[in-house]
Write a protein that binds this ligand. Structure first.
Ligand code: DQA
Length: 146
């Protein structure tokens, strides 16, 4: 089983960017944690980060054929990208939206997600552990289904 882990704009700057809000782990440290978690769950992680909306959509389209689920932190695209939302919906894959910070406890514009209505669920405000929780949940559900 393959699970896509996708990070959107500016998440390549984790570890440097607003540490008080996003924590001090880098994206590569987060990747390592998820890869290890994936190994212990017996699944493969396909991870991708881009600052470009089009590249994220291309990645979803290309890999959805062979993946079983998606974990995505769309960054600021969360709040306005209808094209990313369409690509995720068109993939037909169960998708969990993750945010490191609590998007409901920040600026008003962050409290709106255009991705959430097509997601299976959302985890917001649990830092890097939110990704691990999303992975365990998604794999647990998928294993039950097959
Ligand atoms: C974020 C929250 C977004 O509002 C922000 O634009 C990000 C990161 C988070 O993980 O908390 O880039 O998705």
């Amino acid at each position: 089983m393959k699970i896509m882990v996708i990070n959107g704009p500016n998440l390549n700057m984790l570890g440097k960017r607003s540490k008080a809000i996003y924590g001090d782990k880098t994206l590569s440290e987060l990747d390592t944690i998820l890869r290890k978690e994936g190994e212990s769950l017996g699944i493969e992680i396909i991870s991708f980060q881009s600052n470009s909306e089009g590249a994220l959509i291309d990645f979803v389209q290309k890999h959805s054929v062979k993946a079983s689920g998606i974990i995505i932190n769309p960054g600021a695209l969360t709040h306005y990208s209808f094209s990313l939302r369409d690509a995720l919906a068109d993939s037909g894959l169960p998708t969990i939206e993750v945010h490191l910070s609590n998007i409901y406890a920040r600026e008003e514009w962050r409290a709106k997600s255009v991705i959430a209505p097509i997601a299976k669920g959302q985890i917001s405000g649990l830092g890097w552990r939110g990704y691990v929780a999303a992975l365990r949940t998604l794999v647990g559900e998928l294993k039950k289904e097959t």
